[in-house]
Design a protein around this ligand. Structure first.
Ligand code: ADP
Ligand code: MG
Ligand code: ZN
Length: 629
């Protein structure tokens, strides 16, 4: 930034007024202090001064005399005043003493003080107007250096200008090595780094350069850290802006801010624009368009327009972060916008240990520290939680006046942090973890026995969407056509989690709520839209309201029909539940074996699962033989 810019920025800042004001006050004080220092004296004292020939001049105003002495010392007043005692001889005496004298009408004399005061207030007003006008202009023309003054509460007055913070290249020292675990996320991001470094490589073969990627994951899992690492690895500027910053302050400025942000980014390209909490602007447009929604929609529309507008060859890549991907507007996720979704999930056991190692490197640890023990004790903790544990341990060690962090510090800090974050992030007790493991294996085992779509992954690491565990089947996305059998199988898999809980623990938990919701939706569609229920027949009792938005259903059923529909749905789900229960009972030992393995490892891939089931079969064949002997 050059000196001119610096000066302009200074003029834009509200501190100018404080400084100016203080200066003016000081000036006024000084002038008043030296030149206008006056003192009231008795008339007799005046007469004495007159006799001693000390008076230079006198001004008579009504009954007041303003006396200027011939000379005065540093600590003596420059002007004396006194009230006239009725003295007709005054004029004669003044003449005799050879004193200059005159009379004045009692108008207030204009002092130098008044001039200074009015001049300075004019100046202040002028500056105030200049300030407001320049801000107004900046709002319209989107500013040129893009930094708001950012001075405490005044900072907001830089409205309309983007508050994107410009991190200089040398400031972004974050590298992929600073992010532990998250291998899948890193893999997807490495390509983006490569694109930023040599865009020509991609454009020369005519490949369309992606414009944006969405980092999706729970808070504290390292989304911001990853985005920074991308900028750091590519050695390019990193623009950070929070989605809520677009809509928080003044109505009607969100869209201008977006425009501003992209203009600045274009100047610095290649660069990374990181929009944190993108759900704040990217929420689904619900089409009602009332009040505050308008503001958000305009901002979102502007963002969409900007993302369509910029030339991808310039190398601006927009990274968004959210922990609520399901509420994002579909338009944001379209190709050419945030078409890549990069999951940033909570770390598993191994990931947790690695994160602890990354952060332990920066601290002085006593020899023989066992970080794995901390990783073991913290299922469900995020990267931020783990960083916090190490920091708390270091603080405790300083408090005790020791020079290195001990295992005891760590254990205490673990307890402390977990207790504190119990509500925020999901920290899971061993019993809960057990139930979740059986629940997930329930899903996976039933899916496996159906022989349909293979299971890809089972995990008991809590997921972004609030699910405590997760079983992924290869083709969970809807087929173009689904048979009644497909859907019934799907229902069975969905309720198998709950069935496993009941079978193994004779209890049921709230963890199945999402399964139940999805099963209900499938059953409803089967009955009211797909004509798969004999009782209802081929009738469309539901219609999809907004097929391009969230696809919610509107019921057309009469009251009696609605009751019948629900009875049918219930029948379908109960049948599925019984089917699932039967499968699980028949394979109870496999269920146990898999669940214990999952408890140990927190993640199982599809291949591992098949292998484990094979293993289990062999031992199961041997077991009855053992028993016979
Ligand atoms: P998010 O943006 O996902 O909410 P952050 O990137 O802000 O999370 O992470 C917060 C802090 O947690 C980071 O500054 C870092 O210290 C720590 N952290 C989170 N995930 C990791 C990780 N995978 N490796 C190392 N540190 C991590
Ligand atoms: Mg963040
Ligand atoms: Zn489930």
């Amino acid at each position: 930034m050059n000196a001119k810019d610096g000066f302009r920025k200074f003029l834009h800042s509200p501190w100018v007024f404080l400084v100016l004001f203080a200066a003016v006050l000081l000036l006024v004080n000084l002038i008043g202090g030296t030149n206008n220092y006056s003192m009231e004296i008795n008339y007799s004292e005046f007469l004495k001064m007159l006799d001693e020939g000390e008076v230079a001049s006198v001004v008579v105003t009504n009954d007041t005399l303003t006396i200027t002495p011939k000379s005065h010392g540093i600590n003596q007043p420059a002007i004396y005043t006194t009230k006239v005692v009725n003295n007709d001889a005054l004029v004669g005496e003044l003449r005799a003493a050879n004193v200059e004298f005159s009379a004045k009408t009692p108008a207030q004399p204009i002092s130098i003080l008044d001039i200074v005061m009015s001049a300075s207030s004019l100046l202040l007003m002028g500056l105030m107007i200049y300030w407001l006008v320049s801000i107004w202009r900046a709002t319209r023309s989107k500013g040129e250096n893009g930094k708001s003054s950012g001075l405490g509460g005044f900072g907001g007055f830089g409205f309309g200008k983007s508050t994107a913070k410009q991190f200089d290249v040398q400031n972004t020292t974050t590298r992929f090595t600073d992010v532990a675990g998250q291998d899948e996320a890193k893999e997807s991001l490495i390509e983006i780094v490569d694109i930023l470094k040599n865009p020509g490589k991609y454009t020369s073969v005519g490949a369309e350069i992606p414009k944006g990627a969405l980092l999706v994951g729970p808070p504290g899992t390292g989304k911001t850290l990853l985005a920074k690492a991308v900028a750091g690895e590519a050695g390019c500027p990193f623009f950070f802006v929070s989605g809520s910053a677009f809509v928080e302050m003044f109505v009607g400025t969100g869209a201008a801010r977006v425009r501003d942000l992209f203009q600045q980014a274009a100047k610095k390209a290649p660069c990374i624009v990181f929009i944190d909490e993108i759900d704040a602007i990217g929420k689904k447009r619900d089409g009602t368009g009332l009040g505050s929604n308008d503001e958000r929609e305009q901002t979102l529309n502007q963002l969409l327009a900007e993302m369509d507008g910029f030339d991808p060859e310039k190398g601006i890549i927009v990274l968004g972060a959210t922990n609520r991907p399901e509420i994002l507007d579909k338009a944001l996720l379209r190709p050419g916008r945030f078409d890549r979704r990069i999951p940033v999930e909570l770390p598993d056991m191994k990931g947790r240990e690695e994160i602890l190692q990354v952060h332990a490197r920066k601290k002085t640890m006593a020899p023989g520290i066992n970080l794995k023990r901390v990783a073991d004790a913290t299922p469900g903790a995020s990267g931020a939680d783990l960083a916090n544990i190490l920091n708390e341990a270091a603080l405790a060690c300083v408090r005790d006046g020791r020079s290195s962090v001990t295992q005891a510090d760590l254990d205490k800090a673990t307890e402390y942090v977990l207790a504190g974050s119990e509500k925020k992030s999901m920290v899971i007790s061993p019993e809960e973890k057990r139930i979740i493991a059986y629940h997930e294996i329930g899903h996976a085992l039933v899916a496996l026995k159906q022989g349909g779509a293979p299971v890809r992954k089972i995990t008991i690491i809590p997921r972004t969407n609030g699910a405590l565990g997760f079983t992924m089947q290869a083709d969970e996305q809807e087929h173009v056509l689904q048979t009644k059998e497909d859907l019934k199988n799907r229902l069975q898999v969905l309720v198998a989690g709950r069935a496993a809980e009941e079978l193994m623990f004779e209890t049921c938990t709230s963890g199945a709520s999402n399964d139940i919701e999805r099963a209900t939706a499938i059953a409803r569609n089967m009955v009211t839209r797909f004509g798969m229920s004999d009782t209802i027949g081929l009738m469309a009792l539901d219609t999809v309201v907004d097929p391009y938005l969230d696809g919610s259903l509107k019921s057309n059923a009469s009251e009696e029909a609605a009751a019948k529909v629900e009875a049918e749905m219930k029948r379908l789900i109960s049948e599925a539940y019984e089917g699932a229960m039967k499968v699980l009972k028949e394979n109870a030992s496999t269920l146990n074996h898999l669940a214990e393995y999952l408890l140990m490892h927190e993640n199982i891939t599809g291949e591992e699962m098949v292998q484990l089931v094979e293993e289990e079969k062999k031992t199961a064949v041997m077991e009855p033989a053992d028993a016979a002997m």
